[in-house]
Design a protein around this ligand. Structure first.
Ligand code: PEP
Ligand code: MN
Length: 267
């Protein structure tokens, strides 16, 4: 069922941007929609690049420890809805519950992604699947935090079984117990096995959450290209060092543009 369902070309549902290398797409935006101004300024700077197909912004933030910024919720959704209407750009938001899905649909946000903590939980994924059942939304599924290929496939299958045909996988790396160079271990063989089993399923690399640090983004992005990725999701922020979440890994839109220009895109 999965191979049939995802047989659609991603170009049917992800807008192509002229300044991106042919056959690749880019999703970018801040880890979190912190304020209306920060979110809008980041969007405007990204739009000027003509490279970004989808604008990402975290509205509900799954924080590891209690006490941190957990997102502006529906308040931020309303900013994003307004930006979408004003600019015609498409916005994508992380959902973790059926209620999140409902709020997104109520606010005209039709491109959703499931985060790595959520895709590890079949009950949560099924709840999201039930909430998107027979709608026309796009659902992108991040790998679960643990390196379990079957669990990743299972999450994608639950979404496909709900009648969703616009599905993509996001590779964001896997939790590690020991201190390591990258925040999340890439385990490249897992996305490669997923691509082998489901060749039509778009594979999106998330170097931001693999790296945890800006300085490693280039090498991880280049590796993803060399291994045959279709697109990227990369966090960007007008003032990264002051970001409320994931400050060490975000890029200014300008720095993002420079990194993209330095990559070698030949397959
Ligand atoms: C995010 O995209 O900001 C996020 C929380 O990612 P992940 O689910 O990969 O940790
Ligand atoms: Mn983040």
């Amino acid at each position: 069922i999965l191979n049939e369902i995802v047989a659609q070309d991603w170009r049917n549902w992800i807008p192509v941007r002229n300044n991106m290398p042919a056959d690749y797409f880019l999703i970018s935006g801040p880890c979190s929609a912190e304020t209306e101004k920060q979110t809008r300024q980041t969007l405007d700077q990204l739009l000027a690049l003509n490279k970004v197909s989808l604008f990402r912004a975290g509205v509900w933030k799954p924080r590891t420890r209690a006490g941190g910024f957990e997102g502006n919720g529906v308040t931020a959704l309303k900013w994003l809805q307004k930006f979408q209407e004003e600019t015609g750009e498409h916005v994508t938001v992380e959902v973790a519950t059926g209620q999140h899905v409902k709020e997104c649909l109520d606010h005209g946000i039709n491109i959703l992604w499931i985060g790595a903590r959520t895709s590890a939980n079949p009950f949560s994924v099924q709840e999201i699947a039930n909430a998107v059942q027979d709608t026309d939304v796009v659902v992108m599924v991040k790998n679960p935090v643990n390196p379990d290929l079957e669990l990743w496939i299972g999450a994608i299958e639950r979404i496909a079984n709900a009648g969703i045909t616009k599905i993509a996988a996001i590779h964001r790396g896997f939790s590690v117990a020991e201190k390591s160079k990258y925040r999340n271990y890439p385990a490249w063989s897992l996305p490669l096995q997923l691509q082998e089993r489901f060749p039509q399923l778009p594979m999106i690399n998330d170097p931001s959450h693999i790296c945890g640090k800006r300085e490693f983004l280039f090498e991880v992005s280049q590796k993803a290209i060399d291994l045959g990725v279709n697109g990227f999701i990369i966090e960007s922020h007008i003032d990264p060092s002051k970001a409320w979440t994931d400050a060490a890994q975000q890029l200014t839109p300008q720095a993002l543009n420079e990194m993209l220009a330095a990559l070698s895109w030949n397959r």
